[in-house]
Ligand binder design. Structure first.
Ligand code: NAP
Length: 554
């Protein structure tokens, strides 16, 4: 165990020694630091932002809020914290979630081990010393037995390569790198590129303020209403009285761990397993019920929506009918109806007044699939059919998801092997936790784990707890080195693919597959088997003496 090194916050770490280096101070990094401290280990966290919160630090765009319900999207590790913290809305806004992250950092005194405004540039395994050497862009250099990547799944913005974009003379904003100071759209001509979750949340809010908003849509997405509302204190008190049981359901559920908060009367699963045995009227009633209740659980209303094409078609038709019933202009409604992918195979969006926004006089949908963007000029956006003069342009163009943050670090494992090369054909890992050839390197919610298909807080806590137990196990047995076996990794990758191939996900053309990044290998990255079954697999691996992992002593 390394003695705690105390470096003043602005000083560089110069060959400082820790038990573990953690990359990232989002929800994963914060909880991990807390747990490692609890084991008496010395840990250093490097974080790019000026403060904690990860995705909720960066994504400050107008309308940003969580699409998981507040009482489920929160830490479960401290009963006092979960009782004390008061969420105000069913779906918390970005500022409220950021305040929560800040509160956690202060409450558990975490900041003193975090170095902010540091981007980790390299992490190399020193074979001889059995240590990771981690370097930052500010000249820090730290050595640690363990290196743990808490870098987030959606932390590297994707800026589109549109000709002339850097020459735009107005205000240019990226949703996921939004300024900290207020942005004023009043009276402005605003353009937004991108209609994924970020764009769909931002568009109604910007439209309410802008002089005119032009939405440049290349591919429409399916969106369901959030039905957000202030939380009723009496309901919250009743829920909190049974928090442990609720948390257990979130963790052990067959699905995504979003919780049992949302649906009546069958609270813990789909309303029906398959549409095959239902009349069209019954399907409609079930979907109507979920639609009116709001939230992403809509996609789970009928159990085989992501498995059976016919069910998927019925669910997609239902949403397309809702779009057409909401949007008054038939041509705009048509353009907003997704037809290129099965519903749910791209992350379903959750909105507040999105489709209604297109009934405003100051909003124009520009279908850039038919009328492609040719270039950005200093004064606006030029499409094949015309030019749109703009004061402000917003990019809500997504992320290099799941592997982007890891691939931007020069990670070298045993014998100098580069992660970049090991993952040329797509990410390969054992359980999404470790990679063959990279001893003592862990990834929190890495590719190959439920991660983005789940409630991130549920998956983060599970991975952190698993890693902490593993480090205890190593300590108890005198092991200093852990690495997955090649065979175990290959079998796991095969299983991840097999589970994905039994679904319609492969047809989504989504960032789950890396399809939004030119040149990125098309591999379905998350594990689609559900958080409960995944947890059982991880627990079984432990019960079998960390089956598939190889340990070594000093
Ligand atoms: P996204 O889903 O990848 O959407 C990016 C959008 O930008 C797409 O509409 C894409 O169109 C468009 N785009 C990209 N390059 C373009 C170009 N050159 N020209 C025209 N359009 C272009 O990204 P996102 O909206 O940031 O969401 C990513 C994920 O973050 C979500 O799926 C979700 O998991 C998470 N998120 C969650 C929340 C929440 O909790 N509420 C909020 C925001 C984000 P194409 O589809 O045609 O490529």
């Amino acid at each position: 165990m390394v003695e705690t090194v105390s470096t003043p916050a602005m000083e560089r770490d110069a060959d400082a020694r820790f038990d573990a280096v953690i990359v990232g101070a989002g929800f994963a990094g914060l909880y991990l630091l807390h747990r490692l401290r609890g084991m008496g280990l010395a840990a250093r966290v490097y974080e790019m932002g000026q403060s904690v919160g990860g995705t909720w630090y960066w994504n400050r765009y107008p309308g940003a809020r969580c699409d998981a319900e507040s009482l489920a999207y929160s830490y479960s590790f401290s009963a006092e914290l979960e009782q004390d913290w008061e969420w105000t809305e069913r779906y918390a806004t970005q500022p409220e979630i950021l305040r929560y992250a800040e509160h956690v950092a202060d409450r558990f005194d975490l900041r003193r081990d975090i170095r902010f405004e540091r981007r980790v540039t390299a992490a190399c395994f020193d074979d001889a010393a059995g240590e990771w050497v981690v370097e930052t862009d500010r000249g820090d250099r730290a050595r640690a037995r363990f290196c743990i990547m808490a870098t987030g799944c959606l932390s590297v913005p994707q800026r589109p390569a549109i000709e002339g974009i850097d020459d735009f003379a107005g205000n240019l904003y990226q949703a996921s790198r939004w300024p900290h100071e207020p942005v004023n759209f009043a009276g402005q001509r605003v353009g937004i590129i991108g209609t994924g979750s970020s764009g769909i949340q931002a568009i109604p809010v910007i439209a309410a303020e802008a002089g005119h908003l032009y939405v440049f849509q290349r591919t429409p997405n399916f969106s369901v209403p959030a039905c957000n509302a202030p939380l009723d204190p009496a309901w919250v008190a009743a829920f909190k009285a049974h928090y442990r049981e609720h948390r257990a359901l979130h963790r052990r559920g067959a699905g995504s761990g979003f919780g049992d908060l949302e649906i009546e009367p069958r609270e813990h699963g789909p309303a029906a397993e398959t549409a095959a045995e239902l009349s069209d009227a019954d399907v409609h009633d079930i979907l109507e019920n979920y639609w009116n209740h709001g939230g992403a659980r809509f996609i789970g209303a009928i159990g085989d929506t992501l498995m059976r094409r016919e069910t998927n078609q019925l669910v997609a038709d239902f949403v397309r009918a809702k779009i057409k019933a909401t949007v008054r202009d038939p041509a705009t409604a048509d353009a907003l109806c997704p037809i290129d992918h099965p519903i749910g195979t791209k992350r379903i969006c959750v909105d507040t007044g999105y489709y209604e926004t297109y009934n405003r006089d100051n909003v124009t949908l520009v279908d850039v699939a038919r009328n492609p963007i040719e270039r950005v000029t200093p004064t606006g956006v030029t499409t094949r059919d015309g030019h749109f003069e703009l004061d402000t342009l917003v990019l809500a163009t997504g992320f290099d998801a799941m592997t982007g943050a890891l691939q931007r670090i020069d990670i070298r494992g045993a014998g100098g092997a580069r992660l970049h090369e090991a993952w040329t054909a797509g990410p390969r890992s054992y359980l999404g936790l470790m990679v063959c050839g990279f001893p003592n390197l862990f990834t929190i919610t890495g590719p190959g784990s439920p991660s983005v298909l789940s409630n991130m807080l549920v998956s983060i806590e599970q991975h952190v707890d698993w890693i902490v137990d593993c480090l205890r196990y190593m300590d108890a047995h005198g092991w200093v080195r852990i690495e997955p076996e090649q065979q175990a990794q290959d079998t796991w990758v095969e299983h991840v693919n097999e589970v994905a191939n039994a679904t319609l996900f492969g047809e989504g053309g989504s960032w789950y597959l890396g399809a939004n990044i030119p040149g990125k290998p098309r591999v379905f990255m998350p594990y689609a088997g559900g958080v409960g079954p995944y947890r059982e697999i991880c627990d079984r691996v432990v019960a079998a003496g960390y089956e598939g992992f190889r340990f070594a002593g000093a």
